[in-house]
Design a protein around this ligand. Structure first.
Ligand SMILES: [Fe+2]
Ligand SMILES: [Fe+2]
Length: 422
């Protein structure tokens, strides 16, 4: 492994130059400085080769440090923490070991630990933040939803709409129809359907069959989420790689749907789409209020704060409120909008249950390291949300491996070329 950049200590002292070929001594030194995530450009060994035995304990130690840091705001001794921490650690060790000699390189492109502030003139003070309405107005891609969105929203808002109305609203967009069929045909979806006793043919090859199998309103709800992804502007890569962002979103979607099914809810598709879109407000903030977001991210890292708390202090609102505002502007179904708007704000008891599903799913996705949307630390699990869901920690332990198993396939159904967003 060769260092891709100069390495500085957390205090800014020069430690190792770019181009250093790392040996065991270098790795020990990096770990001693709590710097397990430096970038490397080259692996001496074949990519994917297992980590050499001599490095195994160091890799495991670095994995444990990383997971402990991730859980710094989440009590690993709580009932849920006792279940989640070992699962997260096991996954992190597997991930780092699978990356072999390039285990540190596997971190490249993931979340920035302490982002550089975007360029500003010397002495330039941070301007007062814009309002959520102004941020949404200034993002040209989001000013108005595309026509297909409006048609699907109308079908969902109209209680008298039929399954044929739902199919017709989707049929106008062949690429959306193809993406939906891919999602419905993923074994993740078919297994979920079987688990709840639904009939599922071997292959759903047309929209009409998809409507019959999944249900018209459910398919239209999925269509809202699937058609939304390409609308969002790319985040500059020094923030968060878009693929990592969507992996977090798809992870949260899968988790929310599995939780909803486990609770016997009949709106699992709504939970899926709410999970998929729960952090979209953050994309707008990265793009339209980058200086404030840089300040919030630095504050969150320095104070080991959940990022949404730092956002509230820096911007006066958080990404969840902004995302909820966007969904309201686009006339999304009210329950879906509330699941997004309140996923970090569980104080409103009238809306507790829906947002609680997304809240727990977000905690799970962050704890397990399924992608990332900028938050380094697992948000604390709200006790009222956990109680409202009525799940046991043991039941959760059984759900997490099933979610993980299906995440890769669901990601593939969204991003078949593995290159990035659709
Ligand atoms: Fe969030
Ligand atoms: Fe999130």
């Amino acid at each position: 492994m060769v260092l891709a950049e100069d390495v500085l200590t957390p205090g800014g002292r020069f430690l190792m130059p770019k181009g250093t070929t790392l040996d065991g001594g270098h790795l020990k030194s990096l770990l001693a400085w709590n710097l397990p995530d430096v970038g490397v450009v080259e692996a001496r060994q074949r990519a994917g080769a297992a980590a050499p035995d001599a490095l195994g304990p160091l890799v495991d130690e670095a994995a444990e440090q990383a997971v402990r840091e991730r859980f710094c705001r989440f009590d690993p001794e709580s009932a849920v923490g006792r279940v989640l921490f070992p699962l997260a650690l096991d996954r992190e060790i597997r991930r780092r070991r699978a990356a072999g000699a390039g285990w540190e390189g596997a971190e490249a492109g993931r979340e920035s630990a302490a982002p550089e502030e975007p360029r500003r003139a010397a002495g330039e003070a941070l301007e007062p933040p814009a309002s959520p309405e102004a941020l949404l107005r200034d993002e040209p891609k989001l000013v108005s939803p595309p026509e297909v969105y409006q048609r699907i929203s109308e079908v969902l808002r109209d209680p008298a709409s039929t399954v044929e109305d739902a199919a017709a609203s989707i049929r106008h967009d062949p690429s959306l129809a193809a993406k939906l069929l891919r999602l419905v045909n993923s074994s993740y979806y078919s297994r979920t359907m079987r688990a709840v006793g639904g009939r599922f043919p071997a292959k759903v090859d047309s929209l009409s069959r998809a409507v019959l199998v999944v249900g018209g309103r459910q398919l239209a709800t999925l269509a809202l989420g699937v058609s939304g992804l390409p609308l969002f502007p790319d985040i500059p890569p020094h923030w968060v790689n878009m693929r990592v962002f969507w992996e977090h979103s798809v992870g949260c979607a899968v988790a929310a749907q599995v939780i909803a099914v486990a609770r016997g809810q009949d709106d699992a598709e709504t939970a899926f789409v709410a999970g998929l879109l729960h952090d979209i407000g953050r994309i707008v903030v990265y793009k339209q209020a980058s200086h404030h977001m840089a300040a919030a991210m630095r504050q969150a890292v320095a104070d080991r704060q959940p990022l949404h708390v730092a956002e509230r202090e820096t911007l006066g609102f958080d990404h969840a409120a902004l995302g909820g505002g966007l969904l309201r502007k686009w006339q999304f179904p009210a329950n879906l909008e509330k699941m997004v708007r309140y996923h970090h704000d569980l104080d409103e008891p009238l809306f507790l249950e829906g947002p609680a599903v997304v809240h727990l799913a977000d905690c799970l996705a962050t704890a397990m390291g399924w992608g990332g949307s900028g938050n380094r630390h697992v948000p604390p699990l709200d006790p009222a949300a956990w109680e409202a869901l009525g799940l046991s920690a043991e039941a959760l332990a059984g759900l997490v491996p099933r979610m993980e198993e299906r995440l890769a396939e669901t990601m593939h159904s969204f991003f078949p070329d593995r290159a990035g967003p659709p």
